[in-house]
Design a protein around this ligand. Structure first.
Ligand code: FAD
Ligand code: SF4
Length: 575
């Protein structure tokens, strides 16, 4: 029987007072902590008699080390980091400056280069980075200010007092598969905070709890997502220059799916170049048999990509979701005792495939608001509401407003999407109306009876990739390269609210799409003669790379991703 993770009840937990707790040490959370430290230092220098302390400001990060769960493309638009650290170029880990970019439309065997790079994909002035290394660097600056970063600690639950967020409970450690305390049991802490800042990245688990408790998304479009499946390769020197950027549209997707690929050239050791490549598949496709990890494998088989990778070696793998919904899908970002930042709020420009700069900027604005809280000793909704106003008055809104309807324009396929994009570009993002509606991606998934049995035009994207072991890989081989590790003896952190639906309905109606959309082979339908369809859901939670796709794409919405015991997860060195 599957036992799912939940905070233990009826135990005494250590209580810890805190001024500010930031949940998530990615670019948003770290930028927030660093800006807050800068403001406090400036205040203390100017007011020797009225000092503020940084002692009770904490960042919680579920990864064992700073940056280990951070995966991105990544190209850095330096706008925000330049505001935060004007001299960042001196010591930030920047791999290369973008010198050359190109956009291609791929068919199965050919490629067509766009004569002009669309304005939103022009990357001159941006940097190729590894987000993992960049966040490590940013995190070291935070630690140097005296702010404590608790690595290996996940925010497991929000604490409330009526309509107010009053703190965060961290994960219980040392709980076995059956939910019993082991000899190394340590209860999670209750961090009772004036302000809780959620910077958990896409589909944050505490953010989800908050949005649902206060029905925050009621006036927003449903958030929509893509999942990016990424591999890092070493290729012989000369194949691609460090700082060369390639985007592709089209193959292997058909005109019905939304998505595309990136290829970024980075530095190697002289004899080789490192290439970051990946494919983002919109999580609003129709065929439940589609497998985003397979989409990446098919993409690599295209002659253009295969030639680039020939003789090279895949060195890392990972996957992560990203919020596509744009401005209209952003819920209120501040309230009584709380603020939401970065991808957790939905600050991502999907036209540019960029969110790092928006995450950093939102962290900086939240820090300015948190500083006011500390100065006034007032964390009411009125004081924290200033964050909402700051976002709306900043370049975050200016940038996202221009692409506010972009993804919705593609809801009826690529041709309609291209028409709407062109119209939106000449009307400042408006298109045919100011606010295009949207529906949640999982609502587009069709039942097997409504789809061609042989897969039709999508046949090459369906089911698991076999892999040739050189250019293409099956999921387990890829997964091995993600360095994922968890404590094995713990309850499953993928909470399925009704496994009967998996065993009776989903297996027949959708063919158990969790087996396909999960890029880490966590979900398996195993033989079980006692079940009506002869199959039962089984989980391999230790494989989970924390991409959140299952929480997003499950057609019945019965899966909740909760943080596993802190410290477990992928090891995204260099990603
Ligand atoms: C495949 C892909 C390619 C991308 N390419 C680019 C690009 O080229 N350029 C660009 O600008 N943007 C890119 N983005 C987007 C960019 O990576 C994100 O917008 C950015 O990382 C968001 O930062 P964040 O701090 O909000 O979240 P994240 O980077 O996701 O960081 C969140 C952190 O919070 C931690 N965390 C989560 N939940 C908890 C919890 N409950 N308790 C404790 N810790 C928790 C996580 O472990 C993680 O360290 C890409 C995204 C993807 C997925
Ligand atoms: S179990 Fe869910 S979150 Fe974990 S890797 Fe699979 S799809 Fe991603």
């Amino acid at each position: 029987m599957l036992i799912f993770r939940k905070p233990l009840e009826g135990i005494e937990r250590p209580q810890m007072p805190a001024d500010v707790v930031i949940v998530g040490g990615g670019p948003a959370g770290m930028a927030c902590a660093l800006r807050l430290a800068q403001l406090i230092d400036a205040h203390n220098a100017a007011h020797p008699a009225n000092q503020l302390s940084k002692e009770n400001i904490y960042v919680l990060e579920k990864a064992r080390e700073i940056g280990q769960h951070c995966l991105s493309g990544a190209l850095l638009d330096p706008r925000a980091i330049r505001e935060l650290l004007p001299d960042f170029e001196k010591d930030a880990p920047l791999d290369a400056k973008v010198e050359k970019e190109a956009v291609y439309f791929l068919t199965e065997k050919s490629k067509f280069k766009f004569p002009v790079t669309p304005p939103f994909l022009r990357d001159h002035g941006n940097y190729v980075i590894s987000l993992n290394r960049f966040v490590k660097w940013l995190g070291s600056k935070v630690e140097a200010t005296g702010i404590t970063v608790f690595t290996g600690f996940a925010g497991a639950e929000l604490l409330f007092d009526g309509g107010r967020v009053t703190g965060v409970r961290t994960d219980d450690k040392g709980v076995d598969k059956e939910g019993h305390q082991k000899s190394n049991f340590e209860p999670g802490y209750d961090l009772n905070a004036k302000v809780v800042i959620l910077a958990e990245g896409p589909r944050g688990s505490l953010t989800k709890q908050l949005i649902s408790k206060f029905d925050l998304a009621k006036n927003a479009n449903p958030q929509t997502y893509g999942v990016g499946v990424k591999e890092l390769w070493e290729v012989p020197a000369g194949r691609i220059a460090a700082g060369e950027v390639i985007y592709t549209m089209g193959w292997p997707l058909t005109f019905r799916e939304y998505g595309g690929a990136w290829i970024y050239g980075s530095k190697g050791d002289g004899s080789n170049n490192v290439v970051s490549l990946g494919f983002v598949t919109g999580l609003d496709y129709a065929d439940p048999r589609l497998d985003p990890q397979r989409v990446l494998q098919e993409f690599k088989r295209h002659p253009f990509v295969a030639k680039l990778l020939e003789g090279g070696k895949m060195i890392r793998y990972g996957a992560k979701s990203m919020p596509y919904g744009g401005w209209w899908a952003i819920p209120p970002v501040a309230g009584d005792g709380w603020m939401i930042l970065g991808d957790s709020a939905g600050f991502l420009n999907s036209a540019r495939l960029k969110g790092i700069h928006l995450a950093i900027k939102s962290g900086m604005l939240a820090a300015e608001t948190a500083f006011e809280v500390l100065i006034k000793d007032d964390s009411s909704a009125a004081t924290l509401g200033e964050f909402q106003k700051k976002v709306e008055a900043s370049w975050i809104k200016e940038e996202l407003w221009k692409v506010r309807n972009l993804h919705q324009g593609f809801e009826h396929g690529m041709y309609a999407g291209m028409f709407h994009t062109a119209l939106q570009m000449i009307t400042g993002g408006r298109g045919v109306r100011n606010r295009y509606p949207a529906k949640a991606g999982y609502e587009n998934m069709r039942k097997l009876t409504e789809l061609p049995a042989n897969g039709g035009a999508e046949a090459h994207l369906l089911g698991p990739a076999k892999g040739d072991g050189k250019l293409t890989f099956d999921k387990l081989t890829d997964l091995y390269h993600s360095g994922t590790k968890h404590e094995e003896d713990q309850p499953a952190h993928l909470v399925i609210h009704d496994t009967d639906i998996c065993n009776t309905r989903c297996v027949k109606e959708f063919g158990s799409p969790c087996q396909n959309f999960c890029p880490a082979n966590v979900y398996e339908m195993v033989d079980d003669a006692s079940q009506p369809n002869g199959k039962r859901i089984s989980l391999n939670p230790s494989n989970c790379v924390h991409c959140k796709t299952c929480d997003i794409a499950d057609p019945y919405q019965i899966i909740t991703w909760l943080p596993p015991e802190g410290g477990g997860g992928p090891n995204y060195d260099g990603m």
